[in-house]
Structures are given as structure tokens and as C-alpha cells.
Design a protein around this ligand. Sequence first.
Ligand SMILES: [Fe+2]
Ligand SMILES: [Fe+2]
Length: 187
Amino acid sequence: MSKQRTVIVPSSEGISVDTLSAEVAHWLSAGDLPPQLITGHQMIDLEHRFLIGAIANLRRICVDQFAFNNCIGCGKAMQERCENNLIGLLGDVFSFILDHFKNEEAIMRESMLLVVDRDVCQAHMEDHAEIAAKVQEIVSALDSLHVVSRIRELDALLTRWVTNHIALHDMLLSRWVLRDDSLLGRM
Ligand SMILES: [Fe+2]
Ligand SMILES: [Fe+2]
């Protein structure tokens, strides 16, 4: 995985966690993966922790991302600050996505899951492609008066990724690699 920048954004009070289940929200505020989303594969879990950190940083950008329809009321200086913070975070998330998906797809090939169950891997890779395309859509829709909308969209996307993609696709891949007779799992 390439070196990632960490965007430090000022903390704000009263961050809403409405879009997360209470349990995931708890682990997010603790900065860690919920136990049910720990795959047991060291590299994959380490990279997923970056994702949790990205959601936490994203939620510190806007004063109240769930209340504002647009950024007009915040004034130019604040709009610029929020937009720059979001651009930095999107850059980090996009470079993370490319590395992380490439790593998981290499594991699919090296562990032979791609040969043993091509359909499972195909569905997993399609989900990766969809997540990457959605991040690109958010990047291309950036504008300084609607930063809050892009924050909400990215929040929903990353949260869905954490709760659905990891629980389904990544868990299956890790179980395959870590099964008792897997050579790769013992390396
Ligand atoms: Fe994945
Ligand atoms: Fe993953």
C-alpha cells in the first residue's frame, strides 16, 4: 500500500451519527472496526481501519452535515476551508481505494479463489468498481456552494462500504484465505 496522507480537520461538537447503526457509530467514535467486521486477515483489517479513520475525519469537516441543504449561509472563508478539507480527504480516499482494491484482488488470485469460485470474485470486484466509480462521481460534482451535499454522499458511500461490502465480500475472501488447509493463510 502506498503512503497515505492523513488530513487533520478541526473537531466540531454535536456530530450527528444518524446514518450509522448505534453499534457501528460506537466503534467509529472509538476509531476502530466493530468486532463483527474484523476479518482476521491482518493487512485487510489494517487497511479497513484507514476507512474508519476517513469517515471520522469526514464527519469533522462540516458543522452539521445532516442539517444544511447547501453552504451559502456559511460564508466564503468557511466554504473554502470545507472545500479544501474535502478535496484533501477525497484524494486520500481515492488513493486508498486504488491500493486496497488492488491488494484484495491480488489475494483473490494468489489464494486461487478466483479459479475455485469465479462468480464470488466477480461480484466482489464489481462492487469494488462501483465504489470507485461513485467516489469519482462525487469528485466531479464538487462545487464550493454544495460541499455539504458531497460530504453527505461520501459519508453514505463509506458507511455502506463498511457495513455491507466488508461484511459480505471481504469476510468471504478472508475466510477462504484463513481456512485450515490454505497455504496462503499460514504464510
Ligand atoms: Fe473488497
Ligand atoms: Fe476491503
